[in-house]
Design a protein around this ligand. Sequence first.
Ligand SMILES: [Zn+2]
Length: 565
Amino acid sequence: MHDLVVRRGTVVDGTGREAFEADVAVDGGTITAVGEVAARGRREIDARNLLVAPGWVDVHTHYDGQVTWDPLLSPSSWHGVTTLVMGNCGVGFAPVRRGQEAFLIELMEGVEDIPGTALHEGIEWQWESFPEYLDVLAAKKRVLDVAAQVPHCAIRAYVLGDRAHDVEVSDAEISEMSRLTVEALRAGAIGFTTSRTILHRSRHGLVPGTSSTPAELLGIGRALGEAGHGVFEMVSDLQGQEPDLAWMKEFASTTGRPITFAIAQTFVQPTAWRDTLALVDGLYEKGLQIVPQVACRPTGMLYGLQSSFHPFILYPTYRDELATLPLAERVARMRNPEVRARILAEELDTQDPIVRLLLTNWSQMFPFGDPPDYEPPAERSIAALASQTGRRPEEIAYDRMLENGGRHFIFAPLANYLDYDFDVLREMMLHPRTVLGLSDGGAHCGLICDASMPTFLLTHWARDRKRGERIPLEQAVRLQTQNTARVYGLTDRGAIEPGKKADLNVIDFDALRLHTPEMVFDLPAGGRRLVQHVDGYRATVVAGEVTFEGGEPTGALPGALVRAR
Ligand SMILES: [Zn+2]
């Protein structure tokens, strides 16, 4: 008798091996047999005509606050994620000194667009040190496994206090930051993270550590070597050029630890991602592990009347008279022909060049339907629709956003879509040195909802894509199971093999379907967040227990804190 047998499914085992029909037996939270299983299970799942895959391992999320109050960790858990890594991009909530809580919240709110009011109300600060934070996480029950990284911003605030933003720091301060990092890693942190991008700002400016010197980064980096584990993650503007390269090489060669950072095809440097991949290939030959993180679709800004950003948000009439009205009232006012004419006669009231570009880049904005099309052709852009119909793009955007009671979104890919198809993404995803990341689960609540990327990898890349080559299902599954798990040393999971952790997804592949995203107001203090529902996950299993069945949580909370050792 086994604890659980998933019977006669089509197993896509996460290793890239061709799909095969088999039973999967589970005992004590571990896979014990894959093949023909004669003995019955105390619990059986009939998986005929269904896929059986490992649970998804999502390495780029920002659930650091939500993890303390929400055992369900949606929307990632709805999408088959069974392990998530948080604490990315240098922001997080430990270590923290009394009185610094608000500062850390402001950084998170500024960078990741997670409502500060929700974080203030949701988080009970029961820790000071990073090990204490891990102990608090370990004591709480949840639906999936979480792993935490130690964020540079918090370390800097802890050591430097009011000088957290200073570039110059003393050797003694670097030693102290390094000591705290070793302490966090020894307690089980799975990595150290920082920000090197001019895009990540809070109301205090660039986040602490953005301009840190190589001496500081290497000083802290050596902690990873000392602890003998951990990934160095950063969000970086590095796209094939040099400024960070010297210390990265030194870090990778002296510590042997991997560095990972996101790359994308950007407006500014549309081919630099290719240079970065070539560079990384060269370093790999020399034994240095530099692992670019890539997405499986463009980072999707969703402009709508409920979003934190949309084309009219800085039009004077909208900003001054309408912005704070309840949605229904706002929609009614905006439908009024006189108001409509007045707004459309105005202009964006800002000189910020980035904001102006993002809010008027009509050739990179697309009305978003249901089901949502994440790979729309150029002729469906708002610019194209405008020239096809002889209207102004502003009119089209205005009228579309009012549809569906003001809930219609305009899809504005932030990167990776200059060619109007996903061939660039495909090349990045299949490059042997990259890892899939960037769902940003738990973050960008008012603008982006990419926590569904794990599902999209199957629906779009392995099944529906028509505008270019697809990715074989076996390979797609490996990208977000064995591959993601390995980068973080999580070799106990990510494949369906005897001895591995029993984290599984049982999927009706033909029925797997993403709904269009929607804004809900269910964070603490009524905070808003975008979520996206899905059909087709028949069951999700974590440590041998069924956590979701037919899309509904079962109430089982077998998730644990993963401590790196
Ligand atoms: Zn991030």
